[in-house]
Design a protein around this ligand. Structure first.
Ligand SMILES: Nc1ncnc2c1ncn2[C@@H]1O[C@H](COP(=O)(O)OP(=O)(O)OP(=O)(O)O)[C@@H](O)[C@H]1O
Length: 276
């Protein structure tokens, strides 16, 4: 499979209280075009830093070493004429869904306009076509009554509905890569499952590559074909989902699996082949 991007010796450090904090250390990772890859690890392991680095959204103060090489021919589409860019454009080629949809949605702008704006900016559509696209997207993310929903404001929606709108805005320009950074972590279990299923469907319909960032190994296993496990800024293990879940090589991955004891522990244990 073609690599959409190749990460080589990527290191990222932030400055905090006058000293440097290493958030990522010498990461090497290829992401194949069209794959669904999960990045997992506990809080502070560097998952968001990796997602932001890939999207080109790290703060200017971050010290970045190494490189990310993109297969730019993968980004050509009728809407996006090939150009001499060496990196994809965030918002157009890369869609990003954050944990908190309220932070990515403008509270004083109707949601239809927010989605249409993305289509106008990146696809060069006029307002009527951009609104038509926004309506279709609201239908695709299964917001009830999409025609009326175009005129609603974020505060009129539930957390799950807001996240659906944020997803619609993230895919409005037809990105090749969708990054979901803890996109379901703030939602209750049922809504979480619905959003995971929605992401799976949209990614498959649009042929997108998915980077799914989560601290939840069980959720990651539901969605991803491969899982990369991060700890203290290092990539400790990467492999096919079944391998990582059934035969983890690293003690830390085993600990993450063992820690996943709760209401949904049974399917995870069954998948891991436990007898009792
Ligand atoms: N803007 C920043 N300035 C300073 N330090 C930061 C910044 N962003 C992250 N860090 C630090 O970098 C390290 C990695 O953070 P990062 O957010 O990438 O981890 P994470 O695995 O995504 O954690 P979480 O799930 O809690 O967001 C942590 O020590 C964090 O405190």
């Amino acid at each position: 499979m073609t690599a959409l991007l190749s990460i080589r010796d990527l290191s990222v450090a932030y400055r905090r209280d006058g000293r440097e904090v290493a958030a990522l250390k010498n990461i090497n990772l290829d992401i194949a075009s069209g794959e669904r890859l999960a990045i997992i690890g506990e809080s502070g392991s560097g998952k968001s830093t990796l997602a932001l680095a890939i999207a080109g959204l790290l703060p200017a103060s971050a010290r970045i070493g190494g490189r990310i090489d993109w297969q730019m021919s993968e980004f050509r589409s009728p809407h996006q004429p090939s150009c001499l860019r060496k990196t994809p454009l965030s918002g157009r080629d890369i869609g990003f869904v954050f944990q908190d949809p309220s932070a990515s949605l403008d509270p004083v702008m109707p949601i239809g306009k927010q989605i249409a704006e993305v289509a106008r900016t990146h696809l060069g559509l006029g307002w009527p076509q951009a609104y038509a696209r926004a309506r279709t997207l609201l239908e695709r993310v299964r917001l009830p009554d999409p025609g009326t929903a175009l005129r609603t404001f974020p505060h009129q929606l539930s957390g799950g509905q807001k996240q659906r709108v944020a997803i619609a805005a993230a895919i409005a320009a037809g990105p090749k890569l969708l990054i979901a950074d803890e996109a379901t972590s703030a939602l209750d279990t049922i809504v979480q499952a619905e959003i995971v299923s929605l992401i799976r469907q949209l990614v498959s319909e649009d042929g997108m590559t998915l980077l799914f960032v989560s601290h939840d190994i069980a959720l990651a296993a539901e969605l991803a074909e491969r899982i990369a496990v991060f700890r203290h800024g290092e990539l400790v293990e990467i492999g096919a989902t079944a391998e990582i879940v059934n035969a983890p090589r690293h003690a830390y991955t085993r600990a993450l699996l063992d820690a996943h004891i709760g209401l949904d522990a049974e399917p995870m244990l069954r998948r891991a082949g436990a007898s009792a």
